[in-house]
Design a binder for this molecule. Sequence first.
Ligand code: SF4
Ligand code: SF4
Length: 345
Amino acid sequence: MRYLPFGSTGAIVSELGFGGIPIIRLTTEDAVRVLKRAYDRGITFFDTANSYEGSEEKFGSALSGVREKIFIATKSKKRDGKGVTEHIELSLKRMKTDYIDLFQFHQVVQEKDWQAIIAPGGALDAALEARQQGKVRFIGITSHGIPTALKAISTGEFVSIQFPFNFIETGAAESLLPLAQKTGLAFIAMKPFAGGAITDASLAFKFLRSHPYVLPIPGCDSVESVDQVSSFYESPNTVSEEDRRAMESIADTLGKEFCRRCEYCQPCPHGVSITLGMTYQLLASRMSPRVACGYVTKALETIPRCVECGACLPKCPYNLPIPDMLKKHYALFREHRKLYHNEQN
Ligand code: SF4
Ligand code: SF4
């Protein structure tokens, strides 16, 4: 494992990070084993979020003994100052630490969210105050939408951008990634397996390692998967023509029904929460169906409001069949509610 500068912060972190979503579906005992294995394999960058049920607590149980040797990133979806302050306090308590290395504004795509964050006395001011108090070392942002991400990073307020990057979702390579490099921002590649859509881990890492300035944060749910992923970093990276063809072929096939969560299709005039509806199937496989169908109940119950007006279709740059996919995912969601929460269809 190599250790590289985290943007221009002066911090040094492992070239491979750990993403805190899949441990949601593990018991605390198993999650602790997985996290400790990641640390033993040389991983020092750990990323979680306030909204990942139980994940921060598991970080606290596994990693508080090696706190000074690791770099912990977490995030909050709160957009107001009071909410951000409360979430920072909660994260500190859950992770048994008195400082967060990187606090990130989570999933900032819509303009109204961005405006709320930068409003005087708002979320950004609260994070800056926490930084002044020593509770937060650095501030970053996560997004799935290129325009908002570009706008945010051009303010100079953030040390990092976390954005989807894998061989299906390559949009960042043209604009965000070069800008991050030019301005000294760390680029954290979320969803290295496209949220579970890419099943060939070796291919996924061949692609990621061919972009040396990105820090991937795969989520692992077993000691074996930690071993597998970290072993990719033990030898030089080679990407053959055959690998490239395989990536293109997978991207072509999956791309036809793969939602990039960019939110360009929103808002729906009938109040349908399109993005969460479009990504439910992958969310259920990452979080476990039991957790996922509880986590997104409110959003998924907006899907029956879809009148198939088609207003969202031209707004999707990937020409996804939105109403059909929503129907399919809603049926799966209802199945999970029935199975795990005893609800009738
Ligand atoms: S097709 Fe459905 S989801 Fe799309 S805008 Fe119309 S009502 Fe909303
Ligand atoms: S449906 Fe299309 S526009 Fe909407 S979030 Fe997904 S990829 Fe983006």
